[in-house]
Ligand binder design. Structure first.
Ligand code: THU
Length: 135
């Protein structure tokens, strides 16, 4: 069984409480630990024009970038879902931009379930800058 890092779990759980999700009622929190050991958090922020909403992972990445960091060592995502919540497709690509293929992504539920995956597990065949080598 996966036992989440308590600091990351606390950080993501706290961020989730501030999620703005009046349309889906599905609050999500995310916490990133960078290679320097700092933690950055995000929550989903919805919008009445639905596609303009942003995911928790995107918020945590934005906070990391604002702080001048670019290297994700580990990321944890939490929601009140029946099974450990996985990042959406777009967030998988966003995470892969700043994390190595072996970086841990911990998927959690608010009732204590957790599952560890790697970035490579979540996004096999990732599109990378190497694919633009002839451009
Ligand atoms: N959501 C996230 O924040 N992260 C994910 O990876 C999955 C989905 C949010 C987006 C939207 O606000 C709500 O969950 C329902 O899709």
């Amino acid at each position: 069984m996966t036992i989440p890092d308590p600091r990351l779990l606390d950080a993501a759980s706290g961020a989730r409480l501030n999620a703005y999700a009046p349309y889906s009622n599905f609050k999500v929190g995310a916490a990133i630990r960078t290679l320097t050991g700092h933690i950055y958090v995000g929550c989903n922020v919805e919008n009445v024009a639905y596609p303009e909403g942003t995911c928790a992972e995107a918020g945590a990445i934005a906070a990391m970038i604002v702080a001048g960091e670019t290297e994700i060592a580990e990321i944890l995502v939490i929601a009140d879902s029946p099974s450990p919540v996985p990042p959406c497709g777009g967030c998988r690509q966003k995470i892969a931009e700043f994390a190595g293929q072996g970086a841990t992504v911990t998927l959690c539920t608010t009732d204590g379930k957790a599952r560890d995956m790697t970035v490579a597990d979540l996004l096999p065949g990732v599109f990378s800058a190497l694919h633009m080598d002839r451009a």
